[in-house]
Ligand binder design. Structure first.
Ligand SMILES: [Zn+2]
Length: 444
């Protein structure tokens, strides 16, 4: 372990945000050779906030050597999406592969919507895992590459027939190729030196090249804080700290939104000038937000377990983080299942007014429109059913358009229907409805 200073501004002044041995407790890491224990003593993963610029980082943290060991031996064991549908002899499950495909589809859609995708461009995906995004880009005419240090890189060719993945740590990547676009999604927060990562990306890009960064926002956790602030995330950025990082990395800010499976910050920036840091002490606002978030999240869990009524849970929300809505969505779904369509509709309409920051596909906007469409269809309101159906199809990721599904199914490594059903995505019912509405239109 080593003590570190702020990566962005170099200050050693910080406030402690979270001081908890959650991983050691959760996984009983007293097992032999675990690096979270040093000489038999648990290592504390403290999250601190820089008092100068507001960057949140782990301090002290694993040395670079320990980090490599961690990724080789422990990371995938802890952080691979698990379910009971384990595929024979493969180190991943249907759900895990499904979520990676889901992410590739939404990222592809996003890049297409912003007009960044052109045939023949060179792309590099950093932390490409199974390589679903490079595979999709390649299928659509890009010269797509990936770089991935874990064993998942070995499956890209097997799964998608793509052999342009460099299996090295990004820091060690050597290539003469100049890229039009670099994507780094759910990865930058894992690096010890994100500034160096950005400088290296800058070197790899053509003069007008762009980078897409997706990272969690500290103000939008999507699970309990102890899980959200994972020991693998050496940094947890905020809109301000990611902007600062781009400033010192020589990038010009182009676009910002929230999206993807975890509703992360999505930032697009172009290679440009180096700029100054914007100093800001975010410690108090983050600490205060954490307290409030913890309260609403506990309220949701207690509501889920029927310990707290909907009214009591919503009271907590109103007093703490008023835009937090997953409780409302669950209540809407409960009303829908009871056949109380009017109540369900009312709650869903309210859900659409606020942010979505839960790590559950059910809670996301496309699905909410989907449920609204199904309800309107059930109540015979065909005009609104059609309207919501259109919205749902626009917002739900176009999973069925992922070009490799048939091949994956033939190989027996992925079952899209099961993934869709298990994650509570409303595709099946919406497709049925679409057909019925079409016939209905013909008759009227
Ligand atoms: Zn700082």
């Amino acid at each position: 372990m080593e003590d570190v200073v702020c990566e962005i501004c170099g200050s050693a002044e910080y406030g402690v945000l979270l001081d908890k041995l959650w991983l050691c407790e959760k996984y009983n890491w007293k097992k032999e050779g675990r690096i979270l224990f040093s000489d038999g003593i648990p290592v504390n993963y403290r999250n601190v906030c820089c008092k100068q610029c507001g960057l949140v980082y782990i301090n002290p943290r694993m040395t670079d050597e320990e980090t490599i060991k961690f990724y080789e031996s422990q990371y995938r064991e802890i952080y691979t999406a698990k379910d009971e549908t384990k595929i024979d002899n493969l180190p991943f499950t249907n759900v895990h592969l499904g979520l990676e495909i889901y992410n590739a589809v939404v990222r592809y859609d996003f890049l297409k919507r912003l007009g960044y995708l052109k045939k023949g461009i060179n792309t590099l995906d950093i932390g490409s895992s199974f390589g679903a995004l490079p595979a999709y880009l390649k299928e659509r005419g890009c010269n797509a590459y990936g770089v991935e240090l874990s064993q998942f890189a070995d499956y890209t060719n097997e799964l998608f027939g793509v052999d342009t993945i460099f299996r090295v740590p990004f820091e060690d990547l050597k290539t003469d190729i100049k890229f039009d676009m670099v994507t780094i999604c759910d990865a930058l927060e894992h690096f010890s030196h994100p500034k160096n990562v950005l400088l290296k990306i800058r070197d790899l890009l053509k003069d007008d090249g762009i980078v897409l960064i997706e990272v969690p926002d500290i103000f939008k956790p999507h699970k309990p804080l102890f899980g959200f602030l994972s020991n693998a995330h050496l940094y947890t950025f905020s809109p301000n700290s990611i902007k600062n990082l781009l400033n010192i990395g020589g990038f010009e800010f182009l676009h910002f939104e929230y999206g993807g499976y975890c509703m992360n910050m999505r930032v697009v920036a172009r290679k440009g000038k180096f700029r100054e840091i914007e100093f800001r002490d975010d410690f108090n606002s983050i600490a205060d937000f954490f307290l409030r978030y913890d309260k609403v999240y506990s309220a949701m869990e207690n509501y889920n377990r029927n310990i707290l009524s909907f009214e009591s849970a919503m009271k907590v929300v109103k007093e703490t983080i008023s835009e937090y809505n997953p409780i409302k969505f669950i209540e809407a779904f409960r009303a829908y299942e009871k056949g109380d369509f009017a109540r369900a509709k009312e709650l869903l309409m309210e859900c659409l007014q606020s942010d979505f920051n839960e790590e559950d596909l059910n809670f996301q906007k496309g699905n909410i429109y989907g449920l609204l469409a199904i309800i309107c269809f059930n109540t015979g309101d065909m005009v609104y059913a059609r309207f919501f159906l259109k919205q749902a199809f626009e917002l739900l990721p176009k999973l069925y358009e992922f070009p490799y599904l048939e091949g994956l199914a033939n190989k027996g490594v992925f079952n899209i229907k099961e993934f869709v059903m298990r994650r509570g995505l409303y595709y099946e019912e919406l497709f049925k409805m679409k057909r019925i509405l079409k016939n209905y239109e013909k008759k009227t």
